[in-house]
Design a protein around this ligand. Structure first.
Ligand SMILES: [Zn+2]
Length: 155
């Protein structure tokens, strides 16, 4: 098992083990804890991972940094909420392994998500959020929000 350096630091300096239990999971391994079911998916990006959490019939999917991958659509199928990175405002701006509204839209269309929270917006997106949402709305009828710190909602 591979423990990341920051976890070692948290264990030693912050005594994190008093509050948190670390359990690394392999892709497609299903972890069940009480009513919670968690599955992960490797996504294109250095150390890229996405998580699907299910509890009482509700589905929340979270992507870290990622590039376009159609497998994410099946992974997130029918999600009530998908928090997904959308680093760039349009296709021509994309640098590296990241997403833009067109890419998110293609996946959202297949995934049939109910609500989308765009995260990881780079500064180049500032002032373009409404255009990004408008682009995404061409692909999906899902409710679309731009994420911000401490955003919360009931599923
Ligand atoms: Zn990145």
């Amino acid at each position: 098992m591979f423990l990341i350096d920051s976890w070692k630091y948290m264990m030693k300096e912050l005594l994190a083990s008093r509050f948190v239990e670390l359990h690394e999971i392999d892709e497609k391994e299903v972890v069940q804890r009480g009513a919670w079911k968690i599955v992960s998916l490797d996504v294109p990006h250095q150390n890229g991972l996405a998580y699907r959490l299910e509890v009482k019939g509700k589905i929340f999917v979270y992507s870290g940094d990622m590039g376009y991958v159609s497998a994410f659509a099946d992974f997130s199928k029918g999600a009530d909420v998908v928090a997904i990175e959308c680093s760039y405002p349009d296709k021509k701006s994309v640098r590296g392994t990241h997403l833009c509204p067109e890419d998110v839209g293609k996946i959202a269309k297949i995934g049939m998500w109910k609500r989308i929270v765009l995260t990881h917006l780079y500064p180049v997106c500032e002032g373009k959020e409404n255009d990004m949402i408008a682009t995404l709305q061409k692909f999906t009828k899902a409710e679309i929000l731009v994420g911000y710190d401490y955003l919360s909602f009931r599923i």
